[in-house]
Design a protein. Structure first.
Length: 645
């Protein structure tokens, strides 16, 4: 699987048809990478899985026929690794325990409001990413195992002091019947102390140098014989655990092997320091020629047209074949091996059905894929010129080149993203400047002219104009706040919630409204942004409150109709702001946090959008529900609570 950025397909299963489609729709809105489909039963879900590949499943629990856990069992029988999220309104410790036991990936209880879908989308992203990362790690370990199985040196992998892997060469060297006879043994049973009488083990060598260590060792075969060897060891991650890989070679081959390994290590450092693809290719062709002995070689990298284009070659390669060819996505040995991803030595290219030039002076070639980035090709005029040692060393070099090319690509993407963010910030700042200067100045002129006009004449239209100008000022203030505050928090501090609320109450026109603060809780927050959030909530409650029996009117005097009570209280892991006003219709609760939403003619529609943005910047979850008196209640959770006084 690829990264989450490549797209996530989600199957949503809920026996309520409109809700299944609603979940799918909201997930696609919350995350552009998600493509969701809704079905109304577990049976339909299984049928859908028969015909479609799905990255994640979101299912209700309480469904007729086959419930969510039975559906999970059927899915796990097909694919034990696919993420399965139970998204249900039925919440209990018993159900949660049963779901975990059954192998559910995540358990999420349905709540009111659109914020639950943002949480659900993030949980989906996290679950799919974990599966994909594991799949990538498993594939990498399989490739590593294939390489180690093919190497002519004995290789042992140990976790702690226990051998967990032995390649065929190690089986031969230690005189074992198979690799199982070496596994589960203490490494110290096979590797003797140093020749000078020291007791330092291979692990200690690595511990002193966290990247690699080398030491002369006598190893003991299972028959009890001692063999002089050289052991090169380095830290690895094996099956998710920290371990050590020990490469063991006969001392007779020490000088040549040490020179090659040391040179490959040095080449690897140069490769990882390269900042552009062509530099990686240049280092690679030189290392292949000078270290492995592949004198005539070239590196071809995928270009924007999807071709394998030559970007670096040795002088010997150019002398042998002349102009280095570019390979199209067609029948050629190079393209065939590139797509297979497996290093391949061709004994005689003239006999291969995909040879491009049957008259080529080249006889044998070694193809070393560089992942999806390209391929390194070495050539010789001799038939069957490349032996197993060349292939093993070439694979190691190719793996290091692939890692270096991937690092270059990541750096490029980061630079592009930084440039994109910088340009976006510049545009936001430019927008804020236009709003604050180019719009506010003529607005101030209009307000001043209107004040003068009010003194000269009495016209019913003046009040309407004044109301429109007031609304324009409020819109400008909210737009500036949205443009300049952003979605990040730079500094957090300990804030007394009650003090912050009362400070905000003093600066908002609250009319006859009443404030009740039921908490002395202290929380971690950005003081400035928290006050912006509280001021918007207070203003929203006051401006949208209408006493019982009195209809809402555009020209109503807020000081006469704002007898609402606003209450701030503590809840688990957060706080709530509620009122006893008319509340927000349930049908509108999923859209109130969207920019432009307002139930009053003079509202800007940005107040609650700002509240949602500030909560998200803190990493909080905001939920809109109904207060005990039928009014509005905003709950903020996921907050770092410092203390209660």
């Amino acid at each position: 699987m690829g990264h989450v950025a490549s797209g996530v397909t989600v199957l949503c299963v809920d026996d309520e048809p409109s809700y299944a489609d609603l979940i799918a729709t909201h997930l696609e809105r919350k995350d552009k990478a998600i493509s969701a489909t809704g079905v109304t039963s577990a049976t339909d879900g299984l049928s859908y899985l028969d015909e479609h590949d799905v990255d994640c499943i979101v299912s209700d629990y309480n469904m007729p026929g086959t419930d969510g856990l039975e559906f999970l069992e059927a899915v796990r029988a097909r694919d034990p690794d696919i993420p399965f999220l139970l998204f249900t309104s039925q919440g209990s410790e018993t159900l949660a325990s049963e779901a975990v036991t059954a192998g559910v990936t995540d358990y999420i209880q349905k709540t009111h409001g659109a914020q639950q879908y943002a949480v659900l989308a993030q949980r989906i992203r996290n679950a799919v990413e974990r599966v994909r990362v594991k799949a990538t790690a498993d594939a990498a370990q399989k490739r590593t195992t294939r390489i180690l199985d093919a190497t002519s040196d004995a290789v042992l992998v140990s976790v702690g002091d226990t051998v967990v892997y032995a390649n065929p060469a190690a089986v031969d060297l230690f005189g074992a019947a198979d690799s199982d006879e070496l596994c589960d043994r203490p490494l110290t049973d096979l590797v003797e102390p140093t020749s000078d009488g020291g007791t330092e083990t291979v692990e200690r060598v690595v511990e002193n140098d966290q990247t690699a260590g080398q030491a002369g060792r006598m190893i003991r075969t299972l028959a009890g014989n001692s063999v002089q060897t050289s052991i090169t060891a380095c830290d690895v991650t094996w099956d998710g655990e920290d371990g050590t890989v020990s490469v063991i070679s006969d001392q007779s081959d020490t000088d040549e092997r040490e020179h090659r390994l040391e040179a490959l290590h040095e080449a690897t450092r140069e490769l990882m320091a390269a900042e552009v693809r062509n530099k990686v290719a240049g280092i690679g062709v030189n290392a292949a020629a000078e270290i492995i002995g592949l004198d005539a070689n070239a590196v071809h990298l995928i270009n924007d047209d999807g071709q394998l284009e030559p970007v670096a070659a040795t002088a010997s390669a150019r002398k042998l074949v002349g102009d280095i060819p570019t390979f199209e996505p067609s029948d050629s040995i190079a393209w065939r091996v590139y797509e297979s991803g497996e290093a391949t030595a061709v004994p005689d290219v003239r006999l291969d059905e995909d040879v491009q030039n049957p008259e080529t002076p080249t006889r044998s070639e070694l193809y070393l894929p560089l992942g999806g980035h390209g391929i390194l090709i070495a050539a010789s005029t001799t038939v069957d010129a490349f032996n197993e040692a060349d292939i093993v060393a070439g694979r190691i070099l190719a793996a290091n080149m692939e890692a270096a090319l991937a690092a270059v690509e990541r750096d490029r993407q980061l630079r592009d993203r930084e440039q994109e963010l910088s340009a976006q910030n510049d545009r936001l700042e430019q927008f804020a400047t236009v709003v604050s200067h180019d719009l506010r100045n003529p607005l101030n002129v209009a307000i001043g002219r209107l004040d003068a006009l009010k003194k000269e004449c009495d016209d019913d239209n003046i009040a309407a104009i004044e109301q429109a100008l007031d609304r324009m000022q409020a819109l400008i203030d909210d737009l500036l706040l949205l443009a300049r505050t952003g979605d990040s928090i730079t500094e957090m501090e300990t804030v007394a919630l009650a003090t912050a609320v009362r400070d905000c109450w003093e600066v908002v026109d609250t009319g006859d409204a009443r404030l009740v603060v039921d908490t002395d809780r202290k929380i971690q927050a950005d003081m400035t942004r928290l006050k912006q959030l509280l001021e918007n909530l207070i203003r929203n409650a006051v401006e949208h409150s209408v006493p019982d029996g009195q209809g809402q009117s555009d020209d109503a005097d807020r000081h006469d109709v704002s007898a609402v009570t606003i209450r701030v209280s503590a809840i688990p892991n957060g706080f709530a702001v509620s009122d006893d006003g008319p509340g927000i219709p349930e049908a509108d609760r999923e859209t109130v946090f969207e920019s432009g939403y307002s139930t009053t003619t003079d509202g800007t529609g940005f107040g609650l959008s700002i509240v949602s943005q500030i909560a998200a910047a803190h990493g909080w979850t905001v939920t809109l529900t109904e207060s005990d008196s039928g009014g509005t209640r905003f709950e903020f959770t996921g907050i770092d609570v410092v203390s209660e006084q």
